[in-house]
Write a protein that binds this ligand. Structure first.
Ligand code: ARG
Length: 269
């Protein structure tokens, strides 16, 4: 039986990806530290196109090399594997308000606190909240609190690598990917998938479109019944990026919605 490299790292580990050692490599906080954020100009979402300024106004770039979304104006929802634990933390910066990270319009705010999903151990539960020192004056992204939207076509966005092993992007990229059901996703990933905690998306046969290293923590979303964006996933992991047969794996937001809501309230909204 073949196992695979579970690339939960928040930024590209070129050698590890190239070596494709096919061993399961669950992420720990210590492991996350092994990889310095990359800020080279150049690559995000594989198979994407540039987002328009203001198109995804709740999208945030985090300084450790991850994405996130404004859950409230002062709380960013991201991935657990993007942070090191819970508690006071003033070392993270969140950049918002611009598709171009080098734009003079971009607003940068420091963190004050981090809440990593309780019980997170590298398998499932890949969500975290970051409280900001000041609110960011941008719209927020609501989260799915039922499974009603865990189907259809999803939008993915990020400043991560645009090719497997590639550098990080300066400009936000976007793409769309279809839902992949748990049974199909488990055929690709076996026991590495935690179906209740994770939702898969991608073009199973052809690949070519996916999130990639540096997109982690960012939202996967779609339109709800009223035509408003609603977040259904958080970029978590995958075998390489955009490979045929290996969909992207996202935290299933609906599973954690009540926990996220309570945790955000605990952080003071
Ligand atoms: N874990 C990666 C990150 O930290 C995201 C990988 C997503 N991979 C994928 N094939 N969809 O940025």
């Amino acid at each position: 039986m073949r196992t695979f490299l579970k690339t939960l790292k928040r930024t590209v580990a070129v050698a590890a990806v190239a070596a494709a050692t096919f061993t399961l490599q669950p992420l720990t906080a210590a492991h996350a530290h092994d990889h310095a954020p990359q800020t080279r100009p150049g690559a995000s979402v594989v198979g994407g196109t540039p987002a328009q300024q203001g198109e995804f106004p709740w999208m945030v770039r985090l300084s450790m090399g991850c994405g996130g979304a404004l859950y409230t104006r002062q709380i960013v929802l991201t991935a657990a594997h993007c942070v090191d634990g819970s508690g006071p933390n003033t070392s993270i910066t969140a950049t918002a308000g611009a598709v171009d990270l080098q734009s003079s319009q971009a607003v940068t705010v420091n963190s004050t606190q981090v809440l990593q999903a309780p019980g997170y151990n590298g398998t499932g539960k890949d969500w975290a909240l970051i409280k900001l020192a000041q609110p960011i004056d941008q719209p927020t992204l609501k989260i799915a609190d039922t499974t009603a939207y865990n189907n259809g076509t999803f939008t993915i966005v990020g400043w991560g690598a645009a090719t497997e092993g590639g550098p990080q992007e300066r400009y936000l990229l976007k793409a769309t990917v279809p839902f992949v059901d748990d049974a199909t996703c488990q055929k690709a990933y076996g026991g590495a998938l935690t179906p209740g905690d994770e939702i898969c998306a991608g073009y199973l046969q052809q690949g070519g479109v996916d999130t990639c290293q540096g997109d982690s923590g960012g939202p996967m979303f779609r339109k709800d019944g009223a035509g408003a964006w609603i977040q259904v996933g958080i970029v978590s992991w995958g075998q390489g990026c955009a490979r045929p047969g290996y969909p992207g794996v996202y935290s299933e937001v609906s599973t954690f919605a009540a926990n996220i809501k309570a945790a955000a309230a605990g952080l003071g909204g």
